[in-house]
Design a protein around this ligand. Structure first.
Ligand code: FEO
Length: 165
């Protein structure tokens, strides 16, 4: 059985994952209307689907443990970006915030001696390590590429295989 505090904290994470899904959905839609970003477009849309899966996993867990997974209202995400680099910078910053939030949940679970939730959260802890690594890698590559069109062409092609390990 989840404590009231834990239920509320997990539901805040549901909101965060839903917002992540929306943010990456918006990035996907923006990328789709830019020339030559087919690979990036697919990357953002797939990432959005993954965030939805993260959200669903939490909802099921909250419901299984006697709580109620609340489907949140969402703010409209950022719709346009001055550059692909800016979009990826935002993605990285967002993932760092998600990691902080997951760490905070782990701390609550430990304080409350809720070891089942602590165990459940370990999957998210490791997922965040991968998400941050991937986002950092994309940012580093885009930094190197700068305004080089052929570099961007290769980035767009390679991002389809640059996935989580
Ligand atoms: Fe579910 Fe990218 O955090």
């Amino acid at each position: 059985m989840l404590s009231q505090n834990m239920k509320e904290a997990l539901n805040r994470q549901v909101l965060m994952e839903a917002q992540s899904s929306q943010a990456y959905l918006a990035m996907g839609s923006w990328a789709e209307i830019q020339p030559g970003l087919k690979g990036v477009t697919q990357f953002f849309f797939r990432h959005s689907d993954e965030e939805r899966m993260h959200m669903l996993k939490l909802i099921h867990y909250i419901n299984e443990r006697g709580g109620f997974g609340i489907i949140p209202a969402l703010d409209q995400p950022v719709l346009t970006f001055v550059s692909l680099k800016k979009a990826f910078e935002q993605l990285f910053e967002h993932e760092v915030k998600v990691s902080e939030s997951i760490n905070n949940l782990v701390e609550i679970a430990l304080t409350e001696k809720d070891y089942a939730t602590h165990n459940f959260l370990q999957w998210y802890v490791m997922e965040q390590v991968e998400e941050e690594r991937l986002a950092r890698e994309c940012n580093d590559k885009l930094e190197m590429i700068g305004d080089d069109k052929s570099g961007l062409y290769l980035f767009d092609r390679d991002i389809m295989t640059m996935d989580k390990e």
